[in-house]
Design a protein around this ligand. Structure first.
Ligand SMILES: Cc1cc2nc3c(=O)[nH]c(=O)nc-3n(C[C@H](O)[C@H](O)[C@H](O)COP(=O)(O)OP(=O)(O)OC[C@H]3O[C@@H](n4cnc5c(N)ncnc54)[C@H](O)[C@@H]3O)c2cc1C
Length: 296
């Protein structure tokens, strides 16, 4: 593997100083589970790898009433620092208490070794359509907190994914964390993934469903991964399910999910199989949520 320099800044000033260097390629790294294979395979040739894990609040996993320990303002809900690892999310009682769909997605990722290193920031920054936390973050309507030399900004998760391996970051910017609104009490989420093997493989199709509790019943959100250039929501399926949960409505919702996908064939699956699995997995996710609803 080609040699590179490694640095581990502890302040954003130092990090942005490195990232501004015009004469060398400086690439951020967190868990390195995606970056190192890319460097090894010659797809990327950084001069400097900039480890972001020691930057302030990168490891924060905390309910927020609007303020971080650093004093920075964020919306109420859950704050997840970009360098929080998959196993931390999967095993957190806090995350499971209200944001269980995210804990399920994190638990489904890779294998034990990968989950011990891979971070949520790295997962979304790869902008892979198959990034497993993405459908969960889509239904939770998370926002991505970004810091750059010109200041801070926040981008809705659905706007962060710009295409295969393309994200909304400008040159020199870092993802510092995500804010996730708290779903109302009684909301129910589920994440479902199909891959070639039970562990250590990317999704052929993934589905996240969230039934958001309202006074009148539930408002549904449904998102899919690995079946388009970016993860996507299926608004028509959501409207159908929010209206009715009969067998006929569930079939129509699954058919609508199929309709909004544009999958491709790749090494993990042919196109036709993927399309068929969108319908199966969507139905499965809906039934899994319904099974947790209190009986009237
Ligand atoms: C064996 C194996 C199995 C895998 N299985 C899965 C799976 O089941 N599901 C899945 O979704 N993924 C899987 N992956 C892919 C990968 O592990 C995940 O995408 C992981 O979450 C990446 O996180 P990381 O912290 O390791 O990212 P890194 O490798 O550190 O970084 C990934 C990319 O994001 C950039 N980056 C990282 N953090 C930041 C930041 N804060 N700001 C700006 N840019 C940043 C880096 O520059 C790099 O381009 C697998 C990988 C392996 C090797």
């Amino acid at each position: 593997m080609r040699a590179f320099n490694y640095c581990r800044p502890t302040s954003y000033g130092e990090a942005f100083h490195w990232l501004a260097g015009a004469d060398q390629l400086v690439v951020p790294v967190a868990g390195a589970t995606d970056l190192i294979p890319r460097i090894r395979d010659g797809l990327l040739r950084p001069d400097v790898v900039l480890d972001i894990k020691d930057l302030p609040d990168m490891r924060a996993l905390t309910p927020t009433d609007g303020r971080l320990t650093s004093g920075e303002g964020v919306p109420p809900g859950l704050y997840v620092g970009a360098a929080v690892r998959m196993n931390e999310l999967a095993r957190s009682e806090l995350v499971s208490s209200r944001w269980g769909v995210l804990a399920m997605a994190a638990a489904s990722m890779g294998n034990e070794q990968v989950r011990n290193r891979a971070t949520i920031g790295g997962n979304i920054c790869t902008a892979s359509p198959a990034a497993d936390t993405a459908p969960a973050l889509y239904v939770l309507e998370a926002a991505v907190c970004i810091k750059g030399p010109d200041g801070d900004r926040t981008v809705a998760i659905a706007d962060f994914f710009a295409g295969p391996r393309k994200n909304a970051l400008h040159r020199g910017e870092l993802v510092v964390g995500l804010t996730i609104p708290q779903p109302p009490e009684g909301s129910i989420g589920h994440f479902e993934k199909l891959s070639r093997r039970k562990a250590g493989d990317l999704s052929i199709v993934s589905v996240a469903a969230l039934a958001v509790r309202t006074d009148a019943g539930y408002r549904w959100r449904l998102a899919l991964g690995a079946v388009g250039p970016t993860p996507l929501r299926s608004p028509e399926s959501e409207a159908i399910l929010s209206e009715s949960l009969t067998d006929e409505a569930i079939d129509r919702a699954a058919a609508s999910a199929y309709g909004c996908c544009c999958p491709i064939s790749d090494i993990r699956s042919g196109l036709e199989y993927r399309q068929a699995m969108v319908i199966n997995l969507t139905r499965h996710a809906i039934h899994a949520v319904m099974a947790q609803m209190p009986t009237p």
